[in-house]
Write a protein that binds this ligand. Structure first.
Ligand SMILES: *[C@@H]1O[C@H](CO)[C@@H](O)[C@H](O)[C@H]1NC(C)=O
Ligand SMILES: *[C@@H]1O[C@H](CO)[C@@H](O)[C@H](O)[C@H]1NC(C)=O
Ligand SMILES: *[C@@H]1O[C@H](CO)[C@@H](O)[C@H](O)[C@H]1NC(C)=O
Ligand SMILES: *[C@@H]1O[C@H](CO)[C@@H](O)[C@H](O)[C@H]1NC(C)=O
Ligand SMILES: *[C@@H]1O[C@H](CO)[C@@H](O)[C@H](O)[C@H]1NC(C)=O
Ligand SMILES: *[C@@H]1O[C@H](CO)[C@@H](O)[C@H](O)[C@H]1NC(C)=O
Ligand SMILES: *[C@@H]1O[C@H](CO)[C@@H](O)[C@H](O)[C@H]1NC(C)=O
Length: 274
C-alpha cells in the first residue's frame, strides 16, 4: 500500500459528526513495518474515532502497533476489504512452556468482529476436543480430531479438525481437551481462530503452530454497502445505525462512511486516496 493522501469531506447539512483531521498530512502513518492508514491512526487528532486508535510500541525492533480498543497487535490494515489482520491467541493444553492464553474480548461498542468468511476455528493434535466458547461459557462451535496418519498439509479430521465460525463473534475463548485420552507421543494440543489462507499457505508447520502464542486472524470493521457516488448526494451509502461502511470508488480511492444516526442518515463521509 502506498502513501495515502486524504481526503475531502462533504459538507451536506445532515453530515455533521465527522471531523476532518486537519493535521492529517503530519500524522504518523507507519509503525515499524505496518502502514497505519486513516481511519486508523496513532495520534488522537488523526483517527476517525477513538476505536481506530493505535499505540505504536517502540520498545521492540521493529516497533509494533497495538489496537487501543482491544490491545491486540495489528499486523495489517486493508482498506479494500474493510478488514484488519491481528494477532489472535493460541489456546493450548499440555504444551511445554505455554501459558494459558487470555480470552479475546472486543467490546460491543467497537466496530471489529471476527470475519466468518476469512477465519476458521482449527484444532491441532490427535484426539483433540476443542470448543470455542463465548464469555458466558456457552459453546459457539467446536470439533474433535481423530488419530492416525495424515498429510501434514491438510486438515480433514485426522490430527487436525476445523470448522467455520458463526458471523458476528466479538469475544471468545477456547477450551482444549481430549475425549479418549489418546495421543501420538506428543500430548501438546492447541486450538485457535485463524485466517484460513495463512493456515494453508504453509508459512508455518503444524509443529511451529503448536509453539506459537499467536496466529493471524481477520477482523472486519466495515461493511461494503450501498453506493458512494460523491457526485450524487442523493445516492449515498446506507448503513445501519452505528455501523461503518466503505465502498471502493476506483482502484485508488475509497469512500468510508462513519456511521448513521438513528434516523438512518449518514453522519459523515470521507474519501481516502491510496
Ligand atoms: C491510544 O492509547 C494511548 C495510550 O492510552 C494514548 O496515548 C493515545 O492517545 C491513544 N491513541 C488514540 C489515537 O486514541
Ligand atoms: C511495549 O512492549 C513492552 C514489551 O513487550 C511492554 O513491556 C510495554 O508495556 C509496552 N508498552 C506499551 C506502551 O504498551
Ligand atoms: C522451556 O523452558 C525451559 C526453562 O525456561 C527451557 O530450558 C526450555 O528450552 C523450554 N522449552 C521449549 C520447548 O521452549
Ligand atoms: C458468513 O456469514 C454470512 C452472513 O450470515 C453468510 O452469508 C456467509 O455464508 C458466512 N460465511 C461462511 C464461510 O460461513
Ligand atoms: C499425501 O499427499 C500426497 C500428495 O497429495 C499423496 O500422494 C499421499 O498419498 C498423501 N498421503 C497420505 C497419507 O494421505
Ligand atoms: C473444558 O473442557 C473440559 C473437558 O471437556 C470440561 O471439564 C471443562 O468444564 C471445560 N471448561 C469450560 C470453561 O467449558
Ligand atoms: C494432559 O496430560 C495429562 C497427563 O500428563 C492428561 O491426564 C490429560 O488428559 C492431558 N490433557 C490433554 C488435553 O491432552
Amino acid at each position: 500500500m502506498g502513501a495515502i493522501s486524504v481526503l475531502f469531506f462533504l459538507s451536506i447539512p445532515w453530515l455533521t459528526a465527522a471531523v476532518v483531521p486537519h493535521e492529517w498530512t503530519y500524522c504518523k502513518n507507519k509503525c515499524g513495518n505496518v502502514d497505519i492508514p486513516y481511519p486508523f491512526g496513532i495520534e488522537p487528532q488523526c483517527v476517525m474515532d477513538d476505536t481506530f486508535g493505535v499505540t505504536c510500541n517502540d520498545t521492540t525492533n521493529p516497533p509494533r502497533p497495538f489496537l487501543n480498543s482491544s490491545g491486540m497487535e495489528l499486523l495489517q490494515v486493508s482498506l479494500t476489504s474493510g478488514s484488519i489482520r491481528v494477532n489472535n491467541p493460541v489456546f493450548s493444553s499440555n504444551c511445554s512452556n505455554m501459558t494459558r492464553a487470555a480470552a479475546v474480548t472486543l467490546s460491543s461498542t467497537n466496530p471489529f468482529v471476527l470475519s466468518n468468511n476469512s477465519n476458521r476455528f482449527i484444532a491441532l493434535g490427535c484426539d483433540t476436543y476443542a470448543n470455542l466458547l463465548d464469555m458466558a461459557g456457552s459453546v459457539l462451535t467446536g470439533c474433535l480430531s481423530m488419530c492416525g496418519a495424515s498429510n501434514v498439509s491438510d486438515c480433514f479430521g485426522i490430527n487436525c479438525c476445523q470448522t467455520t465460525i458463526p458471523p458476528g463473534i466479538r469475544s471468545f475463548e477456547a477450551n482444549v481437551s481430549t475425549i479418549f485420552d489418546r495421543n501420538d507421543g506428543n500430548r501438546c494440543k492447541a486450538a485457535f481462530m485463524v485466517e484460513q489462507d495463512w493456515f494453508y499457505s504453509g508459512t508455518k508447520s503444524r509443529d511451529d503452530m503448536l509453539r506459537m502464542e499467536y496466529v493471524p486472524a481477520v477482523l472486519q470493521w466495515g461493511t461494503c454497502q450501498g453506493r458512494c457516488d460523491i457526485s450524487k448526494v442523493s445516492d449515498f451509502v446506507k448503513c445501519s445505525y452505528g455501523g461503518y461502511c466503505w465502498h471502493q470508488l476506483s482502484p485508488s480511492h475509497h469512500c468510508i462512511c462513519t456511521g448513521c444516526n438513528p434516523q438512518g442518515n449518514l453522519l459523515g463521509l470521507i474519501v481516502v486516496f491510496i
